[in-house]
Design a binder for this molecule. Sequence first.
Ligand code: FES
Ligand code: FES
Length: 163
Amino acid sequence: MMTLKVNGGDHRVEADPDTPLLYVLRDDLGLNAAKFGCGLGQCGACTVIVDGKAVLSCVTPLVLLEGKQVTTLEGLGTVAAPAPIQRAFMEEQAAQCGYCIAGMMMRAQALLLRNPKPTDAQIRAELESNLCRCGTHMRILRAVHRAARLIDTADAASDGSQR
Ligand code: FES
Ligand code: FES
């Protein structure tokens, strides 16, 4: 039994300490955004954010997560109030089948957290480990740039409102 911190809440989890995080998110907590693709740390479909960094949840056992903050796509925004990264992916129509998209968004979000204005090359390098079978890479690239602009505009607006 351990307490797992997910999307700002505490969850008591009964699973073995070596259970991959992805199984607990999907099977126990009903958080289905992160996908099971390869289960081997090779496709990125299961990417979530742990303490600000992109992590492959299919190969991350619970034991490594004690006291850490896990964020899944469900923790970023809602259908009614999407986060900038979610809005940007929708506006650029970056999903085709959609299977890779949650992982893509989480890795892109982690990049934007540490680098709010990434270059094309930096986005490509960061997302290289996340595979997309549908080939929507150019739209995904545009979506990450759009998300960076949306965040920048929102920051500028909130700075202005504080004056
Ligand atoms: S499902 Fe985790 S990397 Fe493929
Ligand atoms: S949109 Fe289908 S795998 Fe990426």
